[in-house]
Design a protein around this ligand. Structure first.
Ligand code: ADP
Ligand code: MG
Length: 698
């Protein structure tokens, strides 16, 4: 077997391979495209394509695909083989620069939210040379952006790249003012921590709800859940350990820096975190990671559940987006510096984030809004649907001192109003941990914790990058005009703290009292559900900000509004239909069968006429029969609610009808079925129980 360093990135057409396989001239031209976005010459593309194909074929690949991230949230690929007929009747393996740069999948069945009428179904994919090509199975995958012929983005990567560029432009303006003339480019980095559940394939196959919707729609609480807190960081079970080893090996081959893994709070729940990398690559890698997690699980007789809430009453799965900004010269702009002057620069970037999170709370909430994530956010589970920030005691004290012109507690005589040179020095490692905050500063990065485990991290980072670019733009506009740079800087930092301190909260984010304070006293937004959040994507201030930085066009925003709500509606409707089918064809019949079995017992006891009591049987028959009547009624009500959805005038109205009616009906039906489960003999119940599912993997 190959050692880890030998096999690491062995399936990636990365810098090492490029250097080894391309001529010096082609290599340097390609590097220029990758590093500086220079235009790519077709002759260079031809050489790169040939080298890529030869490399891929030598690794056993027979096909290539333009790999992209349509608005469905998963990734898409259409495989073409390299073969091309040769005059002698055989085939040769061919791949041209044109095929590398541009592809034309038939886009008519990808969601476009009105951007592309189906009669002009073609969209095209365009190579993203900043993310390396890789081999998956027998296919060379070329990371691409996906656009309509009107150049409207039909994917998540295009706006992500645009948002990174917007932030780059504005951050460079600020850095110039601080005298960093050597910095060529500013990039954001992300390390996403990914949570997931593992259950056995055998159990999974027996549950239509898991198969059709990714979560359990029925299931009573197991006698033991996560009460004991004995799973978190606990010993990893042998089968899970084998899975993790195999998963790591697969990810490493693709150059994904899988680093830490451990058990999570809930039984059967685990986490994987890679080492952070540039945001667009981290996004590609996270999509790949989710895909490979599921593939590897299948090899081990397991199923990896990425749903945000596979089990009611048990912690859901999230994803933490660790985010920082740094320069190509290696400065982390969110890292407090060594000198007061460095700290002034740190503070302005910190303030830019604070202002961004406060001004665009709604966009951050929208970025993570899905039907699945609604079961976590705003549903008594961490974090809440209210966006707030945690900075830690020390940084808080610094900001307070600046705001109120009072001496900073750790510095004896310093009055902070005198200008940047006296801003205090503070340590970066002093931030305490707060696990309940949706947006926490963790020393040299921010950790955004509202993402659901199945979310693409693209949306979050698009909004985050754009909002911070907007803060930086406002700062740069003012600072570039200032006569006294230091005084202006100080004033702006102070004003930001004053205006935006409402978003900073260092207490317990799960607490009901906080939600009350946040919404009533501080005026923070609380969009509990997806239908509450999504319409605000089209609020004037959001459209203006996102279009002014050229991250989205207005038409693209309308399409995202449409598609996100459509996804929400479709997801819940599929769940409701699945519940109806399960209740009608399996649950009710199972209860009926069991009660009739009990009735038989009663009858034979009566026939024996020996005074044997049958109180137990009759009481169970009575209770279960009543429940089954209720189930039948609730099932019909749910069916009616589904039919009523057709009355909705538009997708927003349909979303509201689901939020206000359909979900209530689903939950009422579930309650009755779950009660029945606790009273029905296990051998009669058609599905594995929560206990079987959660404790099934050895
Ligand atoms: P936690 O205590 O939250 O589990 P970790 O130290 O394990 O924190 O880090 C979580 C993630 O944060 C990892 O993916 C790590 O690579 C990433 N990370 C660390 N530093 C940075 C940074 N400067 N920018 C972005 N991500 C980072
Ligand atoms: Mg974390």
């Amino acid at each position: 077997m190959k050692s880890v360093p030998e096999s690491f990135a062995s399936m990636v057409f990365d810098d090492r391979v490029m250097k080894a396989t391309l001529s010096a001239e082609v290599y340097s031209s390609l590097r220029k495209t990758i590093d500086e976005g220079a235009k790519l010459d077709i002759s260079v593309a031809n050489s790169v394509a040939t080298a890529m194909k030869d490399w891929a074929v030598s690794k056993g690949a027979t096909h290539y695909t333009h790999w992209f991230q349509p608005l469905t949230g998963i990734t898409a690929e259409k495989h073409d083989s390299f073969i091309s007929p040769s005059p002698d009747g055989g085939v040769i393996m061919e791949f041209s620069g044109k095929e590398l740069i541009k592809g034309e999948p038939d886009a008519s069945s990808f969601p476009s939210g009105g951007l592309r009428a189906t009669f002009e179904a073609r969209g095209y994919t365009a190579w993203d040379p900043t993310s390396y090509a890789f081999i998956k199975g027998k296919t060379l995958c070329i990371p691409t952006a996906f656009c309509s012929y009107g150049s409207e983005a039909l994917d998540k990567k295009t706006p992500l790249l645009r948002s990174m560029e917007a932030l780059n432009v504005q951050a460079l303006r600020i850095l110039r003012l601080f005298g960093h003339d050597d910095v060529k480019c500013v990039r954001t980095s992300v390390g996403p921590e990914q949570e997931y559940f593992l259950i056995t394939k055998e159990m999974y196959d027996k549950r239509p709800d898991l198969r059709f919707t990714g979560r359990t729609l029925f299931g009573s609480k197991p006698p033991k859940g996560q009460e004991m807190d004995d799973h978190y960081f606990g010993v990893i079970k042998p089968k899970v350990e084998e899975y993790m080893e195999d998963l790591n090996a697969e990810l490493w081959k693709l150059g994904i820096l899988a680093k830490t893994e451990h058990n999570e709070v809930a039984p059967a729940q685990h986490e994987l975190a890679p080492i952070y990398t540039t945001t667009n690559i981290a996004t590609d890698h996270n999509q790949l990671t989710m895909e490979i997690m599921q593939k590897v699980a299948a090899r081990h007789g397991l199923v990896c559940l990425l749903h945000e809430k596979p089990f009611a009453g048990v912690n859901g799965s999230g994803k933490h987006n660790n985010w920082s900004i740094s320069t190509d010269t290696g400065i982390n702009l969110l890292s407090p510096g060594e000198t007061p002057y460095d700290n002034a620069q740190f503070l302005i970037f910190l303030c830019a984030v604070i202002k961004a999170v406060d001004d665009y709370q709604d966009l951050l909430r929208i970025a993570v809004a899905t039907a699945g994530n609604d079961h976590r956010l705003g549903a008594n589970e961490a974090p809440p649907a209210v966006v707030s920030m945690f900075l830690g005691d020390e940084l808080n004290a610094v900001l307070e001192a600046i705001e109120t012109d009072t001496p900073y507690k750790n510095s004896e005589k310093t009055q902070l109003k005198l200008g940047v040179d006296v801003l205090p020095k503070f340590n970066r490692d002093t931030t305490d941990r707060n696990r309940t905050s949706p947006f926490a500063f963790t020393g040299n990065k921010f950790e955004f914790r509202m993402l659901g485990s199945a979310n693409s991290i693209a949306c979050t980072n698009i909004m985050l990058n754009s909002a911070v670019a907007e803060s930086l733009k406002i700062y740069a506009d003012r600072l570039e005009q200032a006569d006294d740079f230091k005084a202006k800087l100080h004033e702006m930092i102070r004003k930001t703290i004053k205006d935006h301190k409402r978003i900073i909260f260092n207490g317990n984010g799960y607490d009901d009292a906080w939600i009350k304070e946040a919404t009533e006293k501080r005026g923070l937004l609380n969009y509990r559900t997806t239908p509450d959040a999504i319409p605000h994507l089209l609020d004037k201030k959001n459209v203006e900000m996102l279009t002014s930085h050229k991250v989205f066009t207005e038409a693209e925003l309308h399409s995202r509004h449409e598609i996100t709500l459509e996804n929400y509606c479709k997801t819940v409707v599929i769940e409701a239909n699945t519940m109806v089918t399960m209740a009608k064809t399996e649950i009710s019949p199972a209860i009926a069968k069991y009660t009739s079995k009990l009735a038989d017992a009663v009858n034979s006891k009566k026939a024996a006429d020996s005074g044997i009591s049958y109180g137990y049987e009759t009481s169970v028959i009575k209770k279960l029969s009543m429940l089954n009547d209720g189930i039948s009624i609730k099932t019909s009500e749910l069916e009616d609610a589904l039919i009523k959805l057709q009355d909705a005038e538009d997708i927003e109205q349909e979303g509201y009808a689901i939020r206000d009616n359909l979900l209530t009906k689903m939950s009422e039906l579930r309650t009755l079925c779950d009660q029945a489960e606790t009273m029905t003999a296990k051998e009669y119940w058609p599905y594995p129980s929560y206990g079987d599912l959660l404790f099934g993997v050895k």
